[in-house]
Design a protein around this ligand. Sequence first.
Ligand code: PAF
Length: 278
Amino acid sequence: MWTATTKQDLRSKLPGLPRPVILVPTMGALHPGHASLIELARKRAGENGTVIVSIFVNPIQFDRPSDLEKYPRCLDADLTVCRKNGADGVFIPEDGEMYFTDRSVTVIESSLSKHLCGATRPGHFDGVCTVVLKLFNLTRCDAAVFGEKDFQQLAIIRRMLRDLDLGTEIIPHPTVRENDGLAMSSRNGRLTPEQRVSAPRIRQALTIAAEKSSVDDILSTARNFIEESPFAKIDYLSLVDAETLAPADDLSSKRVLACAVFYGEVRLIDHITIKPRA
Ligand code: PAF
């Protein structure tokens, strides 16, 4: 498995790489959820294709400096996960490699990112789109794997592809969960033992609420269930249209019930799809 730490180094590897080239973009701190993304990339690339994992804690997508500072960094363990799950190469740009200090061009998504996480994290999705587009360009990948856990991110990346006519195929991977239902996240390791015991309530709340038959019932059931935990502080809880991500006030088409919940400083997200009701 090769590694490249500069753009130049990466570019020098590209000409000989067998296609398809499948990218798994990550910010490191790889957990079994990421391992499944790499495994899926390996399957899709086949024996002869190329799987590249990128590991880059992208500073321009962090809206809170403390979150960027505390983001876990564990490169040796990450490289082991990449190797074990079939990556051929890992791109690990050093600080300062990805952005010019006087950079002046950014990808701005101005519709889907107005809702959900985007509403409380200004600039976050512009930072994500910008780095993802750069990674697509740098690796010249044919396809890229993204987890469905970050469903707003996935929707926005698909919109960027559509609006900018990018030819990269997006391969989604279902959310990977702990045995107790908590969605796997690099942030879970920062929960205290008490918070960790309470955090699966998020998934339980969404699952119970999804059975209700009115918008009000869905929202109040989920809110009450989450707020029963003394550790949980809801950042947002919304029922949105699955296409536009705008708040929905009926169940006439496919909806998504999504939330972000703070446990202390740790912000966890999850969502559930709600089928249209007759
Ligand atoms: O989902 C993530 O880990 C990041 O947002 C991504 C897609 C790697 C961009 O930095």
